[in-house]
Design a protein around this ligand. Sequence first.
Ligand SMILES: Cc1cc2nc3c(=O)[nH]c(=O)nc-3n(C[C@H](O)[C@H](O)[C@H](O)COP(=O)(O)O)c2cc1C
Length: 163
Amino acid sequence: MSETTIDPAAFRKVLGSYPTGVCVITALDEGRPAGMVVGSFTSVSLDPPLVGFFPDKSSSSWPLIEKAGHFCVNVMASDQGDVCRAVTAKGEAKFVGVNYVISDHGLPVIADSIAAIECKLYSVTEAGDHWFVLGQVLRMETVREDDPMLFHRGRYGSFAEKM
Ligand SMILES: Cc1cc2nc3c(=O)[nH]c(=O)nc-3n(C[C@H](O)[C@H](O)[C@H](O)COP(=O)(O)O)c2cc1C
């Protein structure tokens, strides 16, 4: 079976046509918050309760989260653009202005997120230039019923009902 060559620019353009929600994956690294914005979060299994996401192998935050062995999925609301920008910032600017509390599981839970899903690391599987990470849910809560943040073609936005 011959492998088809896929142009990277076409891959990004076509896959970028699919919108996603936006989550911040957080953990504590030696008392400091570690975190990364992901669009690849998804619900996976009910029994056992598993959720997943795909960190890039080049991510500097993922190894810190993996080391912690636990993580919190903070589902972003449409008014949390500042949080997303602060978490994607590099160096000293990262996490500046982000309000969070440390949960009983020792995880940063970002204030005013739509939902918080605290997980124990369940498995990490190689997936090309990414990892496929599964977490087993330990605790979850919906914090508020507002619209989620969405991401499409490089832009943040919010949901608009059409039907
Ligand atoms: C909306 C959005 C979705 C993203 N989704 C992912 C993702 O699913 N996996 C990933 O590895 N990076 C994703 N990124 C990129 C990371 O958030 C970005 O590289 C971040 O700064 C992590 O870098 P660091 O791990 O070096 O801190 C996304 C960025 C944005 C803005």
